[in-house]
Ligand binder design. Structure first.
Ligand code: ADP
Length: 700
């Protein structure tokens, strides 16, 4: 039977048409409400008067979310509160008055802004036309991400999955994209990485930045264990080791997943030219059930200028799998006791998978909070300290982040061009003091265990709900851009298209776009309102809700005035010296090679001169050589000598095999990240084993 001819099918089609028609009519009749917002800079002194407040909301898909924009924005104003007093109370739904004015003050970085919101009935002139946004479906490109979950969640939120070549709104990539991509981004596009975030995401750069800040603010920046970058700081580290009896942890400068990490009490064992990060070992960590653990705190940055940081209330605690004992020379090699990396501990047979909150080698932050409450720790104060560590870590790279952002996106005026989820690894000591160990710019979104799914899925969902990609009207921006190009081509008289930008950012090859400062502030106000009303399970830590805290952090923005991040430090001088020495060595080598080549050329020339003998002589020589070759016989080969040679060769092969020299060299190259493609192709089995985490030096 043809289903399409059935009565049932026809009836369904009829009902669908009917409901569509009804929705269309409803839409036409409904009075649309728009929210007009403007930010203007205020003189200092007002910042403490008023502040924002927000409450977690349930998830709404961007598609539905956009359709609800009108109603949401209607209520956005009502969420503005002033310290104790509410600035403006929202009238009941339907009672909207034509020019409801809301005013508030917000502190952004070190400046205070006045925010004014005006509600207007549709039809009146409004600078923000949300009706056009509602028609477009946001598109996301996840083809550069290995996590299928991102695409799936985006789909459920109403995003359309597209290829990188299409006009996406959001590009989600696991790796850091190239500058070329930044350069070509449209004003409605967002990407999940900030240019320059590497400043805190590489161990060596992070320690350089934190050390620099520690020198200027010694009381505020005690947020990380004492760290030295070897070989530049070798002397300092040795001096410290002489006066302090401590255990040190040594890490490769750009390693991850616990690879190449070891503990030592004796720094003399380290070569003076080894490139390593040396850190004092936090020897009395907080223990739960006798195990050491660290915290993975997910942090979302939605803007660097002004700095806006959100921390996810749920996260992971990763446990070591052997009970902790303070380091002694006998136990420093027990990585299952001293390291808390999942990639290390999953190899231990004691790794515990558990669906219950209070057991297992991976637990939720909420379970840790419960444990702390049960043991009478002040959970609120602890998290305030963690937030402080996160803010200060980001602030240590703020000048670079700000500079890079403005250089890459001089015309991105509608929405922020970037957002980023960072994974902060925090170690807690027995006094509940948090230390920053590392920041990951692409934290793992693998969902191997139930606990991963429970944490990471909502995290992605809340992130995609919070980011302001939907606030940009793709079509309108495209129209504007086309118009601009047209104008530029026609070189419209009297109109300069390249007016200097308000923030004075320099571009990287992009034509500067005419951006009105007020327009930019309007967009910023919209972004702030959007983010603060779509926080889900995030909490905003920057700008802080508390005005005194905002004032406290504002001092760190001025770091460039006190010590330039490009200024020379003793370590940087040493590093430069080392680099200069290496450069000289390389140049010397090159010169030698060239000399040899030139010398050879000279001898060639000489030879040619010698060869250029009279023809008769040359012919005579040739005949003589031929005769010699004809009568050439091999010399005597001693059998005994030959047997000995064979035996030695066999012994050598046997030694290489039994001492696992190939495996050791291969593993060392792998750990140092120096394996070439050929190495991977020639020894695929070794590479496979290393990838699976086996220790090929010991077994296999
Ligand atoms: P990786 O990037 O290789 O994971 P980390 O710096 O995160 O390197 O260190 C790996 C593990 O080593 C951490 O999870 C932590 O358990 C332990 N660790 C690192 N630094 C210290 C330290 N200073 N004190 C105590 N434990 C540390």
């Amino acid at each position: 039977m043809n289903l399409k001819n059935s009565k049932f099918y026809k009836r369904i089609q009829e009902l669908r048409r009917f409901s569509k028609e009804k929705i269309r009519k409803d839409r036409e009749q409904r009075t649309s409400v728009r929210l007009d917002m403007a930010l203007s800079e205020q003189r200092p002194g007002h910042d403490s008067d008023l502040e924002w407040s927000s409450s977690p909301r349930r998830h709404i898909s961007p598609r539905r979310r956009i359709k609800k924009t009108k109603t949401k924005k209607k209520s956005a104003g009502s969420r503005l509160t002033a310290g104790k007093d509410t600035v403006c109370s929202s009238p009941a739904d339907g009672e909207l008055q034509p020019d409801d004015g809301i005013q508030s003050y917000i502190q952004l970085n070190d400046k205070c802004y006045r925010l004014s919101c005006t509600r207007q009935l549709a039809g009146k002139d409004s600078r923000v036309d949300d009706s056009s946004i509602s028609e477009a479906k946001s598109a996301i490109c996840v083809s550069n991400s290995r996590y299928a979950m991102i695409g799936k969640i985006s789909k459920t939120l109403g995003y359309k999955l597209v290829k990188e070549t299409k006009l996406w709104n959001i590009l989600w990539s696991d790796s850091f994209p190239g500058v070329e991509l930044f350069k070509n981004m449209k004003r409605f596009q967002q990407i999940n990485h900030f240019p320059g975030m590497i400043e805190i995401c590489r161990k060596d750069l992070l320690s350089r930045n934190l050390n620099r800040m520690f020198k200027v603010y010694p009381h505020d920046y005690k947020i990380f264990p004492k760290t030295w970058m070897l070989p530049a700081d070798y002397g300092d580290a040795m001096n410290y080791a002489l006066t302090h009896k401590r255990t040190f942890i040594l890490k490769p400068d750009s390693g991850a997943q616990g690879r190449g990490i070891w503990l030592t009490n004796d720094l003399k064992t380290i070569g003076a030219n080894e490139r390593l990060i040396c850190q004092t070992y936090v020897h009395r960590p907080l223990l739960i059930d006798g195990y050491k653990f660290d915290l993975r705190v997910y942090t979302l940055i939605t803007s660097v200028d002004p700095l806006r940081i959100f921390v996810y209330n749920e996260g992971l605690a990763r446990f070591a799998t052997n009970k902790y004992v303070e380091p002694t020379p006998g136990n420093t090699t027990d990585l299952y006791m001293h390291l808390t990396n999942y990639s290390v501990n999953k190899r231990n047979s004691h790794y515990e998978l558990c669906d219950n909150d209070d057991c297992g080698s991976k637990r939720k932050l909420s379970a840790i909070n419960n444990w702390m409450s049960r043991h009478n720790y002040d959970v609120k104060e602890f998290w305030t300290n963690v937030d402080d560590v996160i803010i200060k870590t980001v602030l240590s790279a703020w000048p670079v982040l700000k500079h890079n952002y403005h250089a890459c996106f001089p015309g991105h005026d509608k929405i922020q061009a970037c957002f980023e989820i960072l994974g902060f690894d925090i170690l807690v000591d027995w006094k509940l003091k948090p230390y920053i160990l590392e920041v990951n710019h692409s934290p793992s979104f693998h969902t191997n265990e139930q606990v991963d799914r429970e944490v990471k899925r909502p995290l992605i969902r809340d992130t995609l709900s919070l980011v302001s990609a939907v606030l940009a009207d793709k079509r309108q921006i495209m129209r504007e851009d086309r118009k601009r190009v047209k104008q530029r081509l026609l070189k419209t008289k009297g109109e300069s298209l390249q007016r200097p930008r308000a923030n004075g950012g320099s571009s990287i090859g992009k034509p500067k776009i005419d951006v009105e400062p007020e327009e930019e502030l309007d967009s910023l106000a919209q972004q702030i309102a959007w983010e603060d009303s779509h926080m889900g399970n995030f909490r905003r830590i920057m700008p802080p809700v508390d005005a005194t805290k905002a004032e406290y952090y504002s001092q760190f923005y001025g770091q460039t005035n006190q010590v330039s991040i490009f200024a020379e430090t003793a370590a940087s001088k040493k590093r430069e010296d080392l680099a200069r020495k290496m450069r000289l060595q390389i140049e010397e080598k090159k010169a030698k090679q060239e000399l040899m080549l030139n010398g050879r050329n000279k001898t060639d020339k000489r030879k040619r001169q010698v060869v250029l003998l009279p023809r008769a002589v040359r012919e005579k020589n040739r005949v003589q050589l031929y005769r010699l070759q004809e009568h050439w016989v091999p010399g005597f080969i001693s059998d005994a000598e030959e047997r000995l040679r064979h035996t030695w060769l066999q012994m050598r092969s046997e030694a290489i095999r039994s001492l696992r020299i190939t495996e050791s060299v291969y593993a060392t190259l792998y750990e140092a990240g120096n394996l070439s493609n050929t190495d991977m192709a020639v020894y695929p089995h070794l590479y496979q084993h290393l990838q699976n985490g086996f220790d090929i030096k010991q077994h296999i």
